[in-house]
Design a protein around this ligand. Structure first.
Ligand code: IVH
Length: 697
């Protein structure tokens, strides 16, 4: 029983960690704080240690998070991926003096000798590895999955403090790693601009830096004014035996390795003093740090200590506690989301926290409010995680005024007055008036046009609001009926925070862009259309699985509960939600309008699941002209899918390499024998990316 429960929990934790890794590294939009993430990771590590039979090589505890722009099976690739010469690892985390002492004890037990440490700032940005050949910056690669990363050289060349050329007595070949980040000042200005044009602001400078580094246009990246700080030279030491010494040399070649952010610490007491110093002074830094990195200075000792699969044994990170502030709760407002869920939001006496002034914080739901036992006028503790909106984590009930009242959770929707309902096992209250409640209607349209849905980026939240207010768009189907003359000249004044006002008006160019964006969305493949419909609990992955299984909206609409349950990852909750959605006359009418407009309601006939694996239905063709392929190694999509793609494009699959083999398609961990044979027969060995370039997927 306990064994089964532990197994389930392990799986659940792995799923959660994968998901949050994705949000953090790929989407640059985390939902939980680093601390919450670390707590989940720690729980998983402990369970895996207790139950070694459930250990798996691909568990998040053994892999570093991946920032690759295109996770397996999603969308087209935007950067060339490059293998790292030395893996880019992560660091173990600690949160207390005691844990640092444990680290030092482990280190000294292995070394059997005293050692000195170097302490550095833990820059809160995106890691990159730079290569200089003969003093020339030739490559910059992100961490990726630790073994392969995205080649972002052109973008990194726009970073002002990264030299394109080294000077002085530099080595002929140099690899150096560090962090790309955005200063708080640049971040604030960027977010203000984004809000002005109706774009979603970034949650924090780290996400802004990561989003900027992944932009496709280096000129845009240049305008983001990123900075970089470097801290590590992987591989065998270039000279001497000291990490600190190497960094000093790197600085002498013109690289950004500021000495003031680093200190040699001969004793642990010096380490603690460095931590205490920066815990106080970090606010005055122009950029965010999330802790201190403690490294063994001697390179030979580092070598002696070595690495685990994920982290070096010679370094550790100390993470600062989550930033907290105290302030007064003035009132609670209730927001209605796209699904009708009501979120209580605390309005606070403005308080500075982690570089910004906080005025609002999430209270999540009625249960959470009850759990906190929060009263109006209470002094509350506010914490900032990775999210835009900070959250309330505690209440100082001992200083509560005797007459303090409990905030009253509304019985009716604050937007449309409908009586709220709550479903069993759900924490949130909902407004059931999904067809008439304005924020729900607008929210569904905003979701529909979203980047990962129909990608109509010529419309944004503000414009949708205007179209809704003018009675032009009430549901996604209405978008496809908009005419030039309906839109031209529309305008609205929007009021933002702190009385900032902005006017949106539709002039010729805007209208043309909007209509072009809507037209282009007719090419969006069916799986994304399905996601865009906004069926509750049907996220991107589920939408893809449903599309792959049923292949058309007609088939999905005709599916029974049992048939839905046959789809991978679809459980009762999702199946019920799909059935409920399909039954609603309002939704049927909307889907009918979308179909009439020409939106993709099926996968192209004969389209294979492999196409969906790459998120891109492409017409069958004969571009491979009958060439024979041998596929070997591990790829970003299942090997069978890759083989299906070869046939889809007119190639043939064969099992072994011979003189008549056209190409060897080589993935990670390709067998060395095959590699040698292909080389000896002079057969071209191509990568997955080269294959994709050949076929255009
Ligand atoms: S050393 C082999 N030093 O923190 C280990 N990392 O949480 C090399 N980071 O992946 C990393 N500041 O992206 C090192 N002074 C510093 C750092 C630092 C920030 C990042 C780095 C690393 C992550 C681990």
């Amino acid at each position: 029983m306990l064994r089964e429960l532990s197994r389930q929990r392990i799986e659940d934790l792995r799923r959660q960690l994968e998901y949050h890794n994705q949000r953090y590294y790929v989407r640059s939009s985390p939902e939980i704080s680093d601390h919450q993430f670390d707590a989940l990771m720690k729980e998983l590590e402990q369970l895996e240690a207790e139950w070694p039979e459930f250990a798996r090589a691909d568990s998040p505890t053994r892999r570093v998070g991946s920032d690759l722009a295109t996770p397996p099976g999603q969308g087209s690739q935007s950067f060339v991926q490059v293998a790292h010469r030395y893996p880019m690892l992560s660091l173990g985390n600690t949160y207390s003096e005691e844990e640092i002492r444990d680290f030092a004890q482990r280190v000294e037990r292995v070394l059997q000798a005293p050692c000195r440490y170097v302490c550095e700032l833990k820059y809160d940005g995106v890691s990159v590895s730079l290569t200089y050949t003969r003093g020339e910056l030739v490559q910059a690669v992100t961490r990726g999955d630790g073994t392969r990363g995205d080649d972002v050289t052109a973008n990194v060349r726009t970073i002002r403090n990264i030299p394109h050329r080294l000077h002085g007595n530099f080595p002929p070949e140099l690899e150096i790693r560090g962090e790309v980040l955005m200063s708080r000042k640049v971040f604030d200005a960027l977010n203000a601009r984004r809000e002005d044009v109706g774009e979603a602001p970034f949650a924090n400078p780290r996400n802004a830096a990561s989003g900027s580094l992944k932009l496709q246009n280096p000129e845009e990246v240049a305008q983001r004014h990123l900075d970089a700080y470097l801290y590590y030279l992987p591989g065998p030491g270039l000279f001497g035996d000291s990490h600190h010494e190497q960094l000093m040399r790197a600085a002498s070649w013109g690289l950004p390795v500021p000495e003031r952010y680093r200190k040699i610490c001969p004793s642990l007491e010096d380490v603690f003093a460095f931590i205490a110093h920066w815990a106080r002074e970090r606010r005055d830094l122009p950029f965010d740090i999330d802790g201190i990195v403690i490294k063994v200075d001697s390179l030979s000792q580092q070598q002696q200590l070595g690495f685990t699969a994920k982290t070096p044994r010679w370094a550790i990170a100390y993470k600062f506690p989550a930033e907290q502030a105290r302030t007064r709760l003035l009132s609670v407002s209730y927001q209605v989301g796209r699904t009708g869920a009501i979120t209580p939001v605390a309005n606070l006496e403005p308080v500075p926290l982690g570089g910004t002034v906080v005025k609002r914080a999430s209270l999540h739901n009625a249960d959470q409010m009850a759990l906190l036992d929060v009263h109006l006028n209470d002094i509350v503790l506010v914490e900032k995680g990775g999210e835009i909106i900070p959250k309330i984590t505690g209440v100082l009930s001992e200083v509560r005024r005797p007459d303090a009242a409990l905030p009253e959770f509304p019985k009716v929707c604050p937007e449309c007055g409908t009586t709220l309902v709550r479903q069993e096992e759900e924490a949130a209250w909902y407004c059931p008036n999904d067809s008439g409640c304005p924020p729900q209607i607008k929210g569904r349209i905003v979701h529909f046009i979203g980047r990962r849905a129909m990608n109509i980026d010529s419309l944004g939240e503000g414009k949708v609001e205007l179209l809704f207010d003018k009675g032009l768009v009430h549901q996604p189907g209405d978008l496809y009926r908009l005419r030039y003359e309906d839109l031209l000249g529309l305008e609205k004044i929007l009021e933002g925070e702190e009385g900032r006002v902005r006017k949106i008006g539709f002039r010729e160019k805007t209208v043309e862009n909007i209509l072009a964006g809507i037209r282009t969305s007719l090419n969006i493949p069916f799986d994304r259309v399905l996601f865009a419909l906004g069926i509750r609990y049907v996220g991107e992955t589920t939408a893809r699985k449903l599309a792959a299984h049923f292949r058309s909206l007609d088939a999905l609409q005709a599916a029974s509960f049992e048939e839905l349950l046959c789809v991978d990852e679809v459980g009762e909750r999702i199946a019920r939600s799909v059935l409920h959605f399909m039954e609603q006359p309002r939704n049927q009418q909307m889907m009918g309008m979308l179909r009439d407009a020409g939106v993709q309601m099926a996968l192209p006939s004969g389209d294979s699941e492999a196409m969906i694996a790459y998120g891109k239905p492409v017409p069958r063709s004969n571009v491979l002209g009958g060439s024979s392929f041998v596929v070997s190694g591990v790829f970003t999509i299942p090997r069978d899918d890759l083989k299906a793609l070869i046939e889809w494009f007119g190639g043939r699959n064969t099992g072994s390499i011979s003189a008549s083999t056209g190409y060897v398609l080589a993935g990670d961990k390709m067998g060395p024998e095959k590699f040698k044979k292909a080389q000896s027969l002079n057969i071209p060995i191509i990568s997955e990316q080269e294959f994709r370039d050949m076929t255009g997927v």
